[in-house]
Write a protein that binds this ligand. Structure first.
Ligand SMILES: Nc1ncnc2c1ncn2[C@@H]1O[C@H](COP(=O)(O)OP(=O)(O)OP(=O)(O)O)[C@@H](O)[C@H]1O
Length: 354
């Protein structure tokens, strides 16, 4: 096992800067997610770590070793991509053992390690099947077993679960995390799915236009976004900008500014941290404003309400049973506690890549 260190890595394709001076440290044994909009450089960063592409400048270390000049097959990395291809004519066991045969480990050793890897992904009984005799989730497990059977130092996953339907995907997330914990392998995971990143990872890195704009433990990034983009990208946020924040202070609104804020500051409040009530909430500390219920969207246990105050739209997510029974168009109070007001810094600020 090993840590991975990316330092000042830049990669251009023609005039496009796919990675712009990216620095991030992935400590040994952790689970890391790279998040960002389409085209932000997530896959490029993963491919640079894997060795499929070479950075124009900067350095990448796996453990103590600088890998810039080391080809893919010598980097000791396991990989699993969205369109992982199993060999259709080989059995599950032969698919999993492929990397071991390339390394000429010997038949007995191959059998032992393949069987261990299949046990780990809970497919111990299916070694003789062919890929077409498996479900989508089982094929995914075979791909994972194949990626880890060689005991690589690092596991790189590029949207490995995106082809699965929602419930299978959640099952596989739990499986992936269990397996990662069990073998303690440093894992770097590219995903489009914010919730997946928040659930699985010890640390997330957010890329935008090739720049790593924030990295840290999920809770920290979620609670302290460095800018409005990150606040809105990771989860949802009701943004009260300086101007509209001031405009909000009319029409019966009472918004308490945190000590670190000025009237011009941008504030954000997460939808799940806002409450709805029919009567005006009490309390000196509480921020509140009257609003109109525009829409109530039922989603099982939880519901989303869209509300309007003047021209500002707010979103509130709450347990369905906690939302007062009111017709759309009804008048309502929106409130939140002081600790739920996030002061969003102006523009991106630096972060500690470690
Ligand atoms: N081989 C290449 N040649 C030219 N441009 C490339 C190449 N690979 C990637 N790019 C460009 O680099 C940018 C970053 O691409 P990358 O695949 O890393 O983004 P991403 O964040 O993984 O996106 P997605 O979420 O859509 O997969 C994109 O604008 C892409 O078009």
């Amino acid at each position: 096992m090993a840590d991975v260190s990316v330092q000042n890595v830049t990669k251009t394709f023609g005039s496009l800067k796919a990675l712009n001076d990216v620095t991030m440290h992935f400590p040994d044994g952790g689970f890391f997610a790279l998040l960002g909009p389409s085209g932000s450089g997530k896959t490029t960063l993963l491919r640079a770590i894997a060795g499929f592409i070479f950075a124009d400048s900067g350095s990448i270390h796996i453990g103590d070793q600088s890998v810039e000049h080391i080809p893919v097959e010598k980097r000791d990395i396991g990989m699993m991509f969205q369109n992982y291809a199993l060999f259709p004519n080989m059995t599950v066991a032969d698919n999993v053992g492929f990397g071991l045969r390339v390394r000429k480990v010997g038949a007995a050793e191959e059998r032992r390690r393949v069987s261990e890897a299949l046990e780990l992904v809970q497919l111990g009984q299916l070694g003789d099947r062919k890929p077409h005799q498996l479900s989508g989730g089982q094929r995914q497990r075979v791909a994972l077993a194949r990626a880890i059977v060689t005991n690589p130092k690092v596991l790189l996953l590029d949207e490995p679960l995106s082809a699965l339907d929602k419930s299978l995907r959640v099952d596989m997330q739990i499986e992936l995390k269990r397996i990662q914990r069990e073998i303690g392998i440093t894992t770097i995971f590219v995903t489009h799915d914010q919730e997946e990143a928040l659930t699985l990872s010890d640390k997330i890195g957010i890329l935008r236009q090739g720049t790593m704009i924030q990295a840290g433990p999920p809770r920290e990034v979620y609670n302290n976004p460095v800018d409005v983009f990150t606040a809105e990208f990771l989860g949802e946020a009701n943004i009260l900008t300086g101007q509209s924040g001031l405009a909000l202070s009319s029409g019966g609104a009472d918004i308490k500014l945190p000590h670190s804020a000025t009237p011009q500051s941008t504030l954000a409040v997460r939808p799940e941290n806002m409450s709805i009530s029919i009567s005006e909430p009490d309390g000196d500390e509480i921020s509140k404003l009257p609003a109109t219920l525009v829409r109530r969207i039922f989603a099982g246990a939880m519901a989303t309400c869209v509300l309007k105050h003047n021209d500002n739209t707010f979103k509130v997510i709450a347990r369905d049973q906690d939302i007062p029974d009111l017709p759309e168009g009804g008048e309502i109070w929106l409130s939140w506690k002081p600790e739920h007001t996030i002061v969003v810094p102006e523009g991106s600020v630096g972060f500690d890549p470690n």
